[in-house]
Design a protein around this ligand. Structure first.
Ligand code: NAD
Length: 314
């Protein structure tokens, strides 16, 4: 149990999730936002969510919900947030100019011992930390939504991030029960989105060419590949799928993999191809109407909780 202080910038969806993860591990958490109204709302939501999880038996950590909630406080002063923080998790909206101006402000206030991690899903850390005095203390720690139930965190250093900042963030994520993966250097899309986009491109092609419906293409993952991938990665899956392990797998199937891969064709333009987009949206909304999205998210979170218990993550 730690009494160290964690600062969180931005009290929206992801900021609140981080607050719960750190409080569950006993850290003191201070949330900062530019909107005071947003902070009051965040506190109400946190109180409700922590008690809701406790009632369902899904609360993380050994402290009660009320004890975890008592560890969380708020501020609208950035200079207060940075004071004596060991780690700051930045969770402001995904707008590069906004992140840049925030990091420029933080650069003036950061103390020696503080690492600042961005939750960004898309921006490489060099894009917002270049030229700053404290850039060695800045990196990305990208969670997956919902972070409370999905433990992966991608840690991505800029070329100038110090190895100590990387190591400390990696260890901190382990301490709070997340499962970090540290990239050796920054790359666009990090690892998760590179893999996720490869899948999205292919399902787009399969639906766009009329080979599969949205329901069926998603079933390939949810009732097939995804069941394996909930347990094993794609390389260990391959390793188990040939008598002589992964080397044998690629000897047997490498030719077929190359032959199929050569038929993928162009990378789809998922922004401009309106026809396929409208068809995908129409079918998705038949499966889950827009007004039922929230209900479906709740079901997803309940399922992920059970899955996490099965994987004995916490
Ligand atoms: P959000 O819109 O829910 O919350 C953003 C919060 O930041 C709001 O409370 C807003 O008032 C506050 N804010 C705006 N400008 C600010 C400033 N200058 N200083 C302090 N606070 C400010 O956004 P979110 O979904 O929580 O996303 C936050 C970050 O997390 C983004 O970088 C996003 O890419 C990343 N992320 C999001 C998801 C997701 O699924 N939502 C998943 C992984 C990572």
């Amino acid at each position: 149990m730690s009494s160290q202080k964690i600062g969180i910038v931005g009290s929206g969806l992801i900021g609140r999730a981080w607050a719960m993860l750190f409080a569950a591990a006993g850290y003191r958490v201070q949330l900062y936002d530019i909107l005071e109204s947003q902070l009051s709302l965040a506190l109400q939501e946190l109180d409700k969510d922590l008690h809701g999880l406790e009632e369902k038996g899904s609360l993380r950590g050994s402290l009660r919900a009320s004890e975890q909630f008592a560890l969380i406080e708020v501020t609208t002063r950035l200079e207060e947030l940075t004071r004596q923080a060991v780690h700051i998790q930045e969770c402001v909206p995904e707008v590069l100019q906004l992140k840049r101006s925030l990091y420029t402000q933080l650069d003036e206030l950061l103390e020696e011992q503080t690492v600042v991690a961005s939750s960004t899903s898309t921006f490489m850390p060099s894009l917002y930390s270049e030229g700053l005095k404290r850039r060695q203390q800045m990196l990305v720690a990208h969670p997956l939504n919902p972070p409370y139930f999905i433990p992966l965190v991608e840690i991505v250093p800029a070329p100038w991030t110090s190895p100590q900042s990387v190591e400390r963030t990696h260890n901190l994520m382990l301490t709070i029960g997340q499962r970090p993966v540290t990239l050796k250097k920054e790359i666009q899309g990090f690892a998760t989105n590179r893999i996720q986009y490869a899948i999205l491109n292919e399902v787009w092609r399969l639906v766009g060419s009329g080979i599969l419906s949205v329901a069926d293409v998603d079933r390939v993952l949810s009732q097939g590949l995804g069941l394996r991938y909930a347990l094993l990665g794609s390389l260990e899956t391959a390793h188990l799928n040939a008598p002589g392990g992964v080397a044998d797998y690629f000897q047997r199937f490498g030719g077929e993999i190359s032959a199929v891969s050569a038929t993928y064709g162009e990378t789809p333009n998922t922004k401009e191809d309106r026809e396929t987009l409208e068809e995908i949206a129409r079918q998705c909304e038949q499966l889950v109407p827009l007004e039922s999205l929230e209900e479906r998210r709740v079901t997803r979170d309940e399922f992920l909780t059970q899955l996490a218990k099965l994987k004995k993550l916490f």
